[in-house]
Structures are given as structure tokens and as C-alpha cells.
Design a protein around this ligand. Structure first.
Ligand code: SAM
Ligand code: SF4
Length: 331
């Protein structure tokens, strides 16, 4: 097997692939998906699991070492567990992780663990059932919370909880989430609200920077920094005095971490994307279905890396909304 490192023109080593396996979802988070009028990608246009495995194998040859499965709601796609088993067999993939809204987690947690996957990110923006309904359009808070407890019980770790902080929506719960890390081993990660997707409700008024969140949490006690590791991604990590868990900050807009971005994304319809905020994509599915050889795809992967923008430019040119919605890119 060819072993090479993928290094882009800005000297970043690209070793992390985010794979959106479906654009469908069982929630309708107001900041991500409207309740009505969504043009889902037809099933025949979504990459099959075989096609995804093929691309992951080639990506691994090109230096990818970590894959995150995301969506949409990855657990809603039929056959997901068999796909995980297939992924797990790919040698030299050091890490397979999963991002989920947690709705189906309780049902699938044991099977996911049996596939060898125990690192998980669960998106949960509130600890209040009524507010959960308001944010997601579905009355599933208890299901998600039971899912969180199930993965803890089964020994998953780390259990990361992604909280998109939005002013006027859940900013009054920042300290509650931070306090949770005193009792539980969870890694709470506060994510800045991003202007992604045409119908996203982003505005300056709703935006809270990670710096503001950090300051609020300091009122609970000192935040001790944690040394980063190479697969950490963009979160700046801390622990509260006496904390069992961690607190992370993902300053997607304010603290632009593009100079350490190690990511490549593959959308569920088979487009390679080298930056979350850029709508530049490379169609992988068409040549896959034309049965092009491996060398062709290795070149496409290199091309995607070569074209990776130096940074998202949002702080220079101001927030703009990229066209594709978050659910089809996978976050
Ligand atoms: N459905 C899964 C979930 O919610 O975990 C996976 C896909 S979701 C697109 C991945 C992550 O992106 C979630 O943590 C979600 O909260 C986050 N996200 C979605 N839209 C966002 C936005 N506009 N700004 C910041 N984060 C967003
Ligand atoms: Fe679904 Fe995740 Fe988007 Fe919410 S954020 S609608 S859970 S894809």
C-alpha cells in the first residue's frame, strides 16, 4: 500500500475525513434544517456503502487516519451497523468516530460498541425537555438523554457533547452545561453558531463568541488548559477545578483555527469538500460510477487538498452563508 502524507500548499497535514452518510435526519434543528421544503438527495444519488468504503480505503492510502461518520442523522440510514463493521476492517485507520443527535443512540449503542467504536459526539443544545422541542421540533429530549447515559454505562469514551450556543435561545444554560463536567466525565464542547446553509437563521444578534462563553464559565472556577493532541481538531480544551469531564471551545468564527485544519469532507452525494465554508466541491460519484481506476481518485483527493483554501475568510470578508446546508455537509 502506498503510504504518503497529504500536505496542502499551506503545509497542513490532512489526516481527517468527515463522511456524511446521509442528508436525512430525524430532527429539525432550527439552525440547520427547515421543517418543510427540503430537497433531499434522491436515494440513487447518495453514495452506496460500498462506494464509501472504496473512497475511504483510497483516502487511507493518501494519508487519512481518522474518519468521522456524520450526517444528517447517521443512525437513520439503514445498514449503518454493517457499514461500521466494514470500516473497522480498514487497516491503518487509527480512529473511527461518530457524531449523532442521540435520538437512536440507546437502541444502537451496544452494537456500535461491538463494532469497536467508542468515541462519540452527541449534539445536545439544552438540558430542558421543553426547550429541546423548541430547538429541534421533536419531543425527544428524554430519548437523547437516555442515549447519553447508555453510552456512559457501556464505557464509551470520550463522550463529547456538542452545544451550539445561540443568544436568546440557550445562552442561559452555559453554566449548567459547564457544571455537568463537575459530576460527569463528559466533554462539553461549545460551538459558535455558524452561517452555513441558505436558510440558516444566523445573525450577529444571535452570535456568542467562545471568548464570552469562556468568561462566563470562569465565574465557576479556574479553567486549566489541557495539552492538545494531533487528532484533537479545533477545540481548545480545559478542565474546571475538580472536574471529571472537560470543557472545549470551538471558535469556528472568532478564533479562526484554519491554520491547523486537518480536514477533508465527503458529502453523502459523493462530493469532496476541502473547507466547510467554501462551496467548491469535487464530484467523486460520477467517475466512481464510470468505474474509473484507483489512480484517478487518488489524483482527485490530491486535487481537493491542493485547492484547500488557506482560511475561511469570514473574519475578513464578513459572514456569508455557504449554499449547502450543514446536514448535507455533516458539520
Ligand atoms: N445530526 C448529527 C448531529 O446533530 O450530531 C450530525 C450532523 S450535524 C450537521 C453536526 C454538528 O453540526 C452538530 O453538532 C450540530 O449541532 C452542528 N451544527 C449544525 N448547524 C450548525 C450551525 N449553523 N452552527 C454551528 N453548528 C452547527
Ligand atoms: Fe439533524 Fe444534526 Fe441538523 Fe439537527 S443539527 S437537524 S440533528 S443534522
Amino acid at each position: 500500500m502506498v503510504k504518503e502524507k497529504l500536505i496542502d500548499k499551506n503545509n497542513r497535514v490532512i489526516n481527517y475525513l468527515r463522511l456524511s452518510i446521509t442528508d436525512r435526519c430525524n430532527l429539525r434543528c432550527t439552525y440547520c434544517m427547515p421543517e418543510e421544503g427540503i430537497d433531499f438527495v434522491p436515494h440513487s444519488e447518495i453514495l452506496t456503502y460500498e462506494e464509501m468504503l472504496h473512497i475511504v480505503r483510497l483516502s487511507v492510502q493518501s494519508g487519512i487516519r481518522k474518519v468521522r461518520l456524520t450526517g444528517g442523522g447517521p443512525l437513520v440510514r439503514r445498514g449503518f451497523i454493517n457499514f461500521l463493521k466494514g470500516l473497522y476492517k480498514i487497516e491503518e485507520l487509527n480512529e473511527i468516530t461518530l457524531t449523532t443527535n442521540g435520538v437512536l443512540l440507546k437502541e444502537y449503542a451496544a452494537e456500535i460498541k461491538a463494532c469497536g467504536i467508542c468515541r462519540i459526539n452527541i449534539s445536545l443544545d439544552t438540558l430542558k425537555a421543553e426547550r429541546f422541542f423548541h430547538i429541534t421540533g421533536r419531543d425527544y429530549f428524554n430519548r437523547v438523554w437516555e442515549g447519553v447515559q447508555e453510552v456512559e454505562y457501556l464505557g464509551f469514551g470520550p463522550i463529547k457533547i456538542n452545544v451550539v450556543a445561540i443568544k436568546g435561545i440557550n445562552d442561559d444554560e452555559i453554566l449548567d452545561f459547564a457544571r455537568l463536567t463537575l459530576k460527569k466525565p463528559y466533554h462539553i464542547r461549545f460551538i459558535e453558531f455558524m452561517p452555513v446553509g441558505k436558510q440558516n437563521s444566523w445573525s450577529y444578534e444571535k452570535f456568542i463568541s467562545t471568548e464570552e462563553i469562556y468568561k462566563q464559565i470562569q465565574t465557576l472556577g479556574a479553567l486549566k488548559p489541557i495539552k492538545p493532541n494531533p487528532f484533537d481538531g479545533p477545540a481548545q480544551r480545559f478542565v474546571l477545578d475538580g472536574g471529571k469531564g472537560e470543557i472545549g471551545f470551538i471558535g469556528a468564527l472568532s478564533n479562526h483555527f484554519c491554520n491547523s485544519c486537518n480536514r477533508l469532507r465527503l458529502t453523502s452525494e459523493g462530493h469532496l469538500r476541502s473547507c466547510l465554508f467554501s462551496d467548491q466541491e469535487i464530484d467523486i460519484k460520477t467517475p466512481l460510477r464510470e468505474s474509473k481506476g484507483d489512480a484517478y481518485f487518488l489524483d482527485l483527493i490530491k486535487l481537493a487538498i491542493k485547492n484547500k483554501p488557506e482560511n475561511h475568510g469570514l473574519m475578513i470578508h464578513g459572514p456569508r452563508k455557504c449554499v449547502r446546508r450543514m446536514s448535507s455537509i455533516g458539520g
